[in-house]
Design a protein around this ligand. Structure first.
Ligand code: FCB
Length: 399
């Protein structure tokens, strides 16, 4: 079979509002930061609220077809039921700027941050949450639907639920299985209702969620116990998509790591640099991505997108190789028949990595904190070459 990417394959980069915009006073993560629950406060982040045209230009010059961003709910609805014209107009300008640069606009509605009024009204575990979220969604679709090419309602529901309601280190900081179950039910319901709202008002926009998945492998021996573990792992990875399978137009995957557990102590020798854990302590395992793509396509028969894949690599010695081996895994999955339609590197810029603050560096560009200048790393140019190579185009020079 031919090992090629389809013509309409989307090459992209991704980021999220709270991690790049700066000055997010008004959402729950900002509040969490002020309580000293994170390594540092997000502060001015990358100042992307003001510098979004620079970010868009960097994505354009990278050769991207698409940019995945997210909206910051409190900037759009600062008070319950009161929408901000300025907030909406700001995002409209951003989306129009992207379009002008030939970038498809992939928008996430909720990338983990909620307005304080939403939290004070009970948060995701409250019965009002669905109503609040769908009202926010309706407003966005009405006002900005014409400027959105793909729509992700919720980013990785599992993570904020596990961490916010069981472990308690993300807002709302609970350790309460009952509230966890309520919040999970509400998120699923909210997505299902938003899907219907979008289909009614803007039927052409593909809608879905994106989910963090990881994969463990044990190369020998393939025992009964091991197949049982694999089965459980698949159930776990696809839990949310299973709940919304009739209400999604694509399957979104965020994939960072997996592990061949035969590489773990006591099995491990880990001589090979590639196998070394990343700055996040994650194992580099492109086979896991291959396996997920095959599994996603087989399970749902809907186009599959990798909306996040990336590595924290301050010295930038491993990033280009990381991207290369993961995009090869994508290419191989396509050659095996999986309908994969896009790959988004996380992230264009070094940004605010939640509890870990600015200590992790996922960016193709670093940020000079004094001037807020974006400084492309070597891997930016490597990714640029790789995209151009896959597209069979000659590389454009950055102007
Ligand atoms: C994902 C999040 C994203 C970023 C990366 C590193 O789980 O969606 O915001 O933090 O991890």
């Amino acid at each position: 079979m031919e090992k090629k990417f389809p013509k309409d394959f989307l090459w992209g980069v991704a980021h999220a509002s709270h991690q790049v915009e700066g000055n997010s006073k008004g959402n729950d993560w900002w509040d969490w930061e002020q309580q000293g629950k994170t390594k540092e406060s997000s502060g001015w982040a990358c100042d992307s609220w003001n510098r979004y045209p620079i970010d868009n230009k960097l994505a354009q010059e990278l050769g991207c077809d698409a940019f995945r961003i997210s909206f910051e709910w409190f900037r759009i609805e600062p008070k319950k039921g009161k929408f901000s014209k300025d907030g909406i107009e700001h995002y409209r300008k951003n989306l129009q700027d992207m379009k002008k640069r030939g970038l498809k606009r992939v928008v996430t509605l909720w990338h983990w941050t909620s307005p304080m009024w939403f939290v004070e009204d009970g948060g995701w575990h409250s019965e009002h949450s669905v109503e609040h979220f769908t009202s926010y969604c309706s407003k966005i679709i009405e006002e900005l639907g014409d400027e959105i090419d793909m729509f992700i309602t919720i980013n990785e529901p599992r993570l904020p639920l596990n961490r916010g309601y069981l472990k308690g280190d993300f807002p709302p900081g609970k350790r309460n299985p009952k509230d966890f179950l309520k919040a999970r039910k509400n998120m699923i319901k909210a997505h299902r209702e938003c899907y219907d709202i979008c289909k009614k008002k803007q039927p052409k926009i593909p809608v879905g969620i994106t989910q963090f998945c990881n994969v463990f492998e044990y190369t020998n021996p393939k025992s009964f116990l091991w197949s049982f573990i694999k089965k459980m792992q698949r159930k776990y990875n696809w839990y949310f998509q299973d709940q919304i399978k009739d209400k999604q137009d694509f399957v979104g995957i965020n994939y960072y790591f997996g592990m061949d557990i035969s590489l773990l102590p006591p099995f491990a020798k880990m001589k090979n640099d590639e196998k070394k854990l990343t700055e996040m302590g994650w194992g580099v395992y492109p086979n896991g991505l291959f396996e997920l793509l095959i599994s996603a396509w087989g399970r749902y028969k809907k186009p599959v997108y990798i909306f996040e894949n990336g590595i924290s690599d301050e010295k930038d010695t491993r990033r280009a190789q990381y991207i290369k081996v993961h995009t090869e895994a994508v290419r191989d999955a396509i050659a095996q028949g999986a309908n994969v339609k896009g790959y988004f590197y996380w992230s264009l810029l070094d940004n605010f990595e939640w509890l870990l603050g600015y200590s992790r560096k996922f960016g193709l560009c670093e940020i000079d904190k004094e001037t807020m200048d974006r400084i492309p790393r070597k891997s930016y140019f490597e990714y640029q070459k790789l995209i151009a190579g896959y597209k069979g185009k000659s590389q454009k020079k950055r102007g």
